[in-house]
Design a protein around this ligand. Structure first.
Ligand SMILES: C[S@@+](CC[C@H](N)C(=O)[O-])C[C@H]1O[C@@H](n2cnc3c(N)ncnc32)[C@H](O)[C@@H]1O
Length: 318
């Protein structure tokens, strides 16, 4: 593996020279002590207030007030040419859904953050709803602090579907119309959360079979954050995840030769983060490679066949 740092310098206190800083405690308290105008990318999936083991459920109003105080601090510490990517899903109350990006937008806007994309992160699996359509996407709100911001489109281009297309009019008539580096990945990202989506679901306990699976109930696929890191920062820039969990954002940053800070209130998640960084260093961390195509079932896999109990008599005879 091509690593920038042979051994990452990891500290559990703020240090300008560290590759990875792990901070344990309440995020708001910690953010207040971090330097202004510093982080090129702040990326996180905040708790959604839906009663996961690491959160205490409160009213939506109270939750948003708390989040607003955090986002104010994030505005202060964000680099002048930096970005914030806030990854959210739905808050659910009594079967009614409240898409959190709708509630977060005015909070960011009030601080004069500028929305650049509302990215749909689509995944092909999840819980099957019975009283509404099953939810299959979450949102990444990408804001910048100012109008001057880092955006490296070429580093995240994806293969074009029709690279052979040519201009049929204008000055460039007859010349290829696309970009040899590929096309813009658009604001619709299909990045799998786990191997459930790969169709290999006859392996028992598939969730724990996923290469990136850790003890955390909802960690980021590293690939999702790598795309943000590559597009929105340059080598050696600082990336911060204020609700870092098991350090997926930090891993994405280190993997792409950036430095990072990860904050979490749970000691166990910081310990797992450390362990994952060591595995990244020695090349044993299992990560889905960025850009790996999503598996398309061929129809021959056992799981893509109609169960025999559902077949009609004449179909079984065939
Ligand atoms: C949605 S998870 C983030 C998971 C992360 N994206 C990853 O890939 O592992 C939210 C995290 O926020 C942490 N958290 C919740 N409230 C917090 C607080 N007040 N201060 C610091 N961390 C907090 C939780 O322990 C949890 O790990």
């Amino acid at each position: 593996m091509d690593l920038f740092f042979e051994h990452y310098k990891i500290t559990e206190y703020y240090d300008n020279n560290s590759d990875a800083v792990l901070l344990e405690g309440d995020t708001l308290d910690i953010l207040k002590k971090l330097p202004s105008n510093t982080y090129k990318l702040i990326v996180s999936s905040p708790p959604y207030n839906i009663g996961k083991i690491y959160e205490e459920e409160v009213s939506l109003e109270k939750y948003l007030e708390w989040q607003e105080s955090i986002i104010c601090e994030l505005f202060r510490i964000c680099h002048m040419n930096g970005s914030i990517v806030w990854q959210v899903g739905n808050y659910v109350d009594n079967g009614e859904i409240f898409p959190l990006d709708i509630y977060f937008y005015p909070i960011f806007k009030k601080l004069e953050f500028k929305l650049r994309n509302r990215i749909i992160w689509h995944f092909g699996h999840g819980l099957h709803a019975s009283k509404r359509f099953s939810g299959r996407y979450e949102v990444l709100l990408w804001f910048t602090k100012s109008n001057e911001y880092t955006f490296n489109l070429d580093s995240v281009r994806v293969p074009s579907k029709y690279p052979g297309k040519r201009n049929y009019k204008g000055n460039n008539i007859g010349k290829p119309s696309g970009n040899p580096l590929g096309k813009n990945p658009s604001d619709f990202w299909e990045i799998i959360t786990d191997e459930w989506n790969s169709g290999i679901i006859d392996i028992p306990n598939v969730k724990s079979n996923h290469p990136e699976k850790t003890q955390h109930p909802c960690s980021f696929p590293i690939e999702l954050i790598e795309r943000c890191v590559l597009a929105l920062t340059n080598e050696n820039d600082l990336v911060l995840d204020p609700f870092g969990g098991v350090g997926s954002s930090l891993i994405a940053a280190l993997k792409q030769k950036r430095r990072g800070v990860s904050i979490d209130k749970e000691r166990i998640y910081l310990d797992i983060t450390r362990e994952r960084i060591s595995k990244l260093e020695n090349g044993s961390l299992k990560i889905r490679k960025i850009g790996t195509p999503i598996f398309e079932p061929t129809g021959r896999e056992k799981v893509s066949q109609i169960p025999v109990e559902w077949l009609k008599k004449e179909e079984i005879a065939l």
